[in-house]
Design a protein around this ligand. Structure first.
Ligand code: AQP
Length: 323
């Protein structure tokens, strides 16, 4: 069980940090992948675009290799029960634990003096409900979601302690290479859909030329060595990206490419990225306008998810004493 916010296109961080491991895991277990449109509402959205982007993300997930015949793909808001369970779990969550969440602090700081809704603070509780409602065992996510999965585990343990065994305690799963991809323009911040500088984010729908341009103009560091050192966040990030793409350890890549100039090394990373993303992008453009097909996938996913969600929410409501 895991999800993705349909707030903008899917980027290289989402792919290397999360989606690629989803594709592998769907071969091993019954899998639920959802478009987290309720989470998207935690910051202001254009309603028409949100609608469109939700379908678009389904097309991209399939293009990345999520197979609707093997996995359930659904839209969060179309399954009743997530918000009910989030309310019940929220009543057991200390406010301080939510206020300490790194993502809340980052996202609220980024909004500056703009409106910050309660939803942004409550986001991790809804995410805990998304996970626990399906009795999920394994939650494959990028490293930035570590704290949120930890909260889901805490809440499962707390609920089970009070009301008896109800939820399996879920484990987070992080990909072995490249669990966190950083912005190409600010390599100390994660690559993000909502980064105001779009040149720091590689979208899977970017053309080959745009990918090459973004990588070749990535911010690098002083010096000229291709080494993953603390004072070289730009080169570290490029090495991590290459490691995620080619499946080799960073130390091995340092040996292979250590003799290159920064410019040449960027070209290597750019070509590897183009090779990895190119086929996905082609498939996505074939699928993205097939609205009826995409809606039918979401509907099949909804039916499978709803029966599981209803069962768990009924059990939880009875345990807490709701009539
Ligand atoms: N930079 C990243 N590196 C590795 N993994 C990442 N993920 C996100 N960014 C990176 C993982 O992708 C999955 C889906 O993420 P999401 O779409 O739900 O939302 P997010 O983490 O909030 O991603 P963004 O791009 O930062 O969105 P905005 O800008 O809208 O807030 C998750 O498993 C996540 O860990």
């Amino acid at each position: 069980m895991t999800g993705l916010q349909p707030t903008a296109g899917i980027h290289l961080g989402n792919y290397l940090g999360a989606i690629r491991s989803w594709v592998a895991l769907q071969e091993k277990a019954e899998s639920f992948f959802f478009l987290a449109d309720l989470h998207a509402l935690t910051v202001p959205q254009n309603p028409e675009q949100l609608n469109h982007k939700t379908l678009d993300c389904i097309a991209m997930l399939i293009a990345c290799g999520i197979d609707p015949k093997k996995s359930h793909i659904f839209v969060q808001s179309q399954v009743a029960g997530h918000a009910d369970l989030a309310w019940i779990l929220g009543c057991m969550t200390p406010i301080g634990q939510l206020e300490r969440m790194t993502q809340f602090k980052d996202k609220s700081a980024r909004r500056g003096d703009d409106f910050i809704g309660v939803g942004l603070l409550y986001y991790p509780v809804l995410m805990a409900a998304d996970i626990l409602i399906y009795g999920a065992n394994l939650v494959p996510v990028g490293d930035d979601q570590r704290q949120h999965v930890e909260l889901a585990r805490d809440l499962a343990v707390r609920f089970n302690g009070i009301h008896g065994n109800t939820f399996p305690v879920p484990e987070a799963f992080f990909p072995p290479n490249c669990a966190r991809v950083m912005s190409l323009q600010n390599p100390t911040a994660k690559m993000s859909k909502s980064d105001p500088s779009q040149s720091g984010t590689i979208f899977l729908s970017d053309s080959e030329d745009v990918i090459r341009k973004k990588i070749c103009s990535a911010m690098t560091d002083s010096g000229s060595e291709i080494r993953a050192l603390d004072n070289k966040p730009g080169i570290c990030n490029l090495l991590q990206i290459l490691s995620g793409i080619v499946g080799k350890d960073v130390s091995e890549l340092e040996k292979i490419h250590g003799g290159l100039q920064y410019g040449k090394f960027k070209e290597v990373v750019a070509e590897a990225t183009v090779d990895a993303i190119g086929p996905i992008c082609k498939k996505y453009f074939l699928l993205k306008d097939q609205k009826d097909f995409l809606l039918s996938i979401a509907n099949e996913g909804r039916l499978a998810a709803q029966s599981r969600a209803t069962e768990m929410v009924s059990k939880v409501k009875a345990k807490v004493g709701l009539l």
